[in-house]
Design a protein around this ligand. Structure first.
Ligand code: NAI
Length: 338
């Protein structure tokens, strides 16, 4: 291990002790896959989040450099780096929130499901570590295919006897962020004023924007609905093609991940009325997992909201989404049970 890596760790420790004496509030957050395309900007943005007191950066490569770099930012969070499987347990111990962007991204022509074979194993290993070292942490799972990796995580936690459905959240926030942006463009509004619920899952037709429930209340022509639905469902592919082999969305994803993590931390702090879309263990449909609006509290996703009134277009979309979701969920479950 490079010697400066150790130095970052020890200077971090002494500062943390000072903070603990002062009783400064804050949560302990780990990022697994912290040296990647999403991981690096995500680490930077989490270092800027005043709700974070300790930030653990774990990856199988390059964490010494990323940790050294981020640790020079003059914000409150203490940063520590962890490199390789043998440091996974130290990275996870004591964490309140674990964010997972570890795994390979898409290249042009690939679906998210094409990533299954590599990412399923990565998510399994990381979740075994969580079950052992921080079974009460909230988990934000970003690694694709999210529709299958969340069921994989649930199976790993069930096997370990630590599964708490409230604490396992698949991150679909980027679909909401994209929907808000594209809808605001069509309506000529500031995207910060727009709220589009996006339900279902996180791949192709499983991404179901509920344009009839947009806030502020508005209406769209049938052409606008077709355009917006297709653009929101294919937003990820738009970026994959533009990057032409260099990966998938990383910067907008890091932004979305931080927006979502911040929601989880405000919930943990006990803030009232913290609501966001996420892919969770759910009874909203007949499927065991489904994305919809959830209320985040001290114990995670404490309330899962029903879909609300859907129009005919959305009901048809829901049927398509459920069909694909059912097989992605089964694929994840079978991976662990086989
Ligand atoms: P990347 O390849 O740039 O970074 C992935 C990082 O994971 C690398 O640093 C790699 O070393 C690390 N890694 C690999 N195996 C690991 C292990 N066993 N333990 C810890 N770290 C490990 O990929 P990028 O662009 O950051 O994407 C990461 C994942 O996020 C992909 O699966 C991608 O499909 C997914 N994604 C999800 C989105 C969502 O909306 N949920 C949006 C965009 C990407």
């Amino acid at each position: 291990q490079p010697s400066n890596f150790q130095m970052e760790e020890s200077s971090g420790l002494s500062r943390e002790n000072c903070r603990a004496k002062g009783g400064a509030p804050g949560f302990k957050v780990a990022i697994l896959g912290a040296a990647g395309g999403i991981g690096q900007p995500l680490a930077m943005l989490m270092k800027m989040n005043p709700l974070v007191s300790v930030l653990h950066l774990y990856d199988v490569v390059n964490t010494p450099g990323v940790t050294s770099d981020i640790s020079h930012m003059d914000t409150g969070a203490v940063v520590r780096g962890f490199l390789g499987q043998q440091q996974l347990e130290d990275a996870l111990t004591g964490m309140d929130l674990v964010i997972i962007p570890a795994g390979v991204p898409r290249k042009p022509g690939m679906t998210r499901d094409d990533l299954f074979n590599i990412n399923a194993g990565i998510v399994k290993t990381l979740c075994e570590g969580i079950a052992k070292c921080c079974p009460n942490a909230i988990v934000n799972l970003i690694s694709n295919p999210v529709n299958s990796t969340v069921p994989i995580a649930a199976e790993v936690f069930k096997k370990a006897g630590t599964f708490d459905p409230k604490r396992l959240l698949g991150v679909t926030m980027l679909d909401v962020v994209r929907a808000n942006t594209f809808v605001a463009e069509v309506l000529g509004l500031d995207p910060r004023e727009v709220d589009v619920p996006v339900v279902g899952g996180h791949a192709g037709v499983t991404i179901l924007p509920l344009l009839s429930q947009v806030k502020p209340p508005c209406s769209f022509t049938p052409e606008e609905i077709d355009y917006l639905t297709a653009r929101i469902q294919n937003g990820g592919t738009e970026v994959v093609e533009a990057k032409a082999g260099a990966g998938s969305a990383t910067l907008s994803m890091a932004y979305a991940a931080v927006k979502f993590a911040d929601t989880c931390l405000r919930g943990l702090r006990g803030d009232a009325g913290v609501i966001q879309c996420a892919y969770v263990f759910s009874q909203v449909t007949e499927l065991p997992f489904f994305a919809s609006k959830v209320r985040l509290g001290r114990t995670g996703a404490e309330e899962i909201y029903p879909l609300g009134p859907l129009n005919e277009y959305e009901r048809a979309g829901l049927e398509k989404a459920k069909k694909e979701l059912a097989s992605s969920i089964q694929k994840g479950i079978s991976f662990i049970r086989k």
